[in-house]
Design a protein around this ligand. Sequence first.
Ligand SMILES: [Zn+2]
Ligand SMILES: [Zn+2]
Length: 103
Amino acid sequence: MKERGYVRPYDKEWRRRNNYYNRPEVKRREKERIVRDIVKYKARWAVAAEIRYRGLRRQPCAACGASNTHAHHADYLKPLKVRWLCVKCHRVEHARTRRGLGV
Ligand SMILES: [Zn+2]
Ligand SMILES: [Zn+2]
């Protein structure tokens, strides 16, 4: 998703002028986002390692049966608890749970 994180130049300028990035609440939010991303990456790595070393098999889409699936994590803190979903169903799932496009 290329559109995500796109900031209009005007907004960027406004933020810089208003010292937006140095505000404590903004810094805190940024830090939380980074921690969340690390957990997310770790969950992906865990699945990749499981496929590679322990022979975990990719499954067809749990919703429509298509192949070429992603491992979807309902909870990143349970890295090996995944649901296999194709790109389309994966999008739908994330739209439904309103968590953006993680994996
Ligand atoms: Zn599907
Ligand atoms: Zn997902």
